[in-house]
Design a protein around this ligand. Sequence first.
Ligand code: NAI
Ligand code: MG
Length: 352
Amino acid sequence: MTKLYKIANIPGDGIGKEVLPEGVKVLDKVGGLYGFSLDYTDLPWSCEYYVQTGSMMPENGIDILSKHDAIFLGAVGFPGVPDHVSLWGLLLPIRRQFDQYVNLRPIKLMPGMNTPLAKPGKIDFLIVRENTEGEYSDQGMILAEGTDEETVIQHSVFTRKGVDRLLKYGFELAQTREKKLDWATKSNGIYIAMPYWDGRAALMSKNYPDVATAQYHIDILSAHFVRDPARFDVVVASNLMGDILSDLGAACTGTIGVAPSANLNPEGKFPSMFEPVHGSAPDIYGQNIANPIGQIWSGAMMLEHLGEVEAAGAIMRAIEFVLSDETAPRTADMGGTATTQEMGDEVMARLS
Ligand code: NAI
Ligand code: MG
């Protein structure tokens, strides 16, 4: 009997609706080649859905998703619905309720890609971003609203459990790679949370004496991403810092359009979610020029997570093949004129 995976598809908004079908196309083909199939539930949850119903997903949304092996998402957010409403109405509840505490974001300079860096060297590292707490918090208050004394307080929340489980994941990942882990901090300015974060990291590192560590303040870490990305292998960061670093890292590898990400519940107790790093790109939506590689690569990460390692590898080889072939179609972000579908078709054609 062929293996069957139940996947919840959420194309979301903008170019999410254009790139997700390309990911599905590639997944279906690779499934056929490697002897498994995917059964999709298409869910229209999005800003459009919000405008019609008043919420980003139905009340039993989490319950519906929990009956799936994984979630495949495009992007969420569109002008007309404030970004904090769309994010807090869909992505954040999914990440939090399913304990997807690791946001894994590969930063890799693929063959044939043009980087804006003058001397890139090798770029191939993983950002391990905290995904359920930290600076992304709805705790705080506005005092003396509307007066000259107006004061806004926004809390960050760092729990020992939340920090430690992320660090543990990072160190275990580092052990499978170059045994090198760097973490982002800002303990000079963020007086309480970041010294705590550094302390937990230092303590955790004692369990992994074979892993070399360094801590960097986020400002100089950003500079190193641009000046000397070759030095990194596993970079662990808080929710906000990891978010910023991953767009910067992706930009250093050429275009944010190819960058993938996984929202992982490493214990497998809940479904994990796979989505490109980019957003819904309203500026190019409808032109059919969005790069689908980030979505397709996210699909490969999903298959790897589901245990279909060979099929995931086949997708990665196909992507590398297309990118390194100068005569292959390229979307506008890579300097070409190809449509989203032409790019997806090309990856499909190179699958074996
Ligand atoms: P964005 O990633 O949507 O776009 C940034 C720039 O990169 C734009 O110029 C866009 O055209 C370009 N771009 C992005 N993806 C591309 C692709 N696949 N191919 C070619 N070019 C691409 O970020 P922005 O503009 O900050 O946010 C737009 C909306 O997306 C907002 O509503 C935001 O909240 C949402 N968003 C959602 C995310 C998610 O669903 N995980 C992540 C980031 C933003
Ligand atoms: Mg982001």
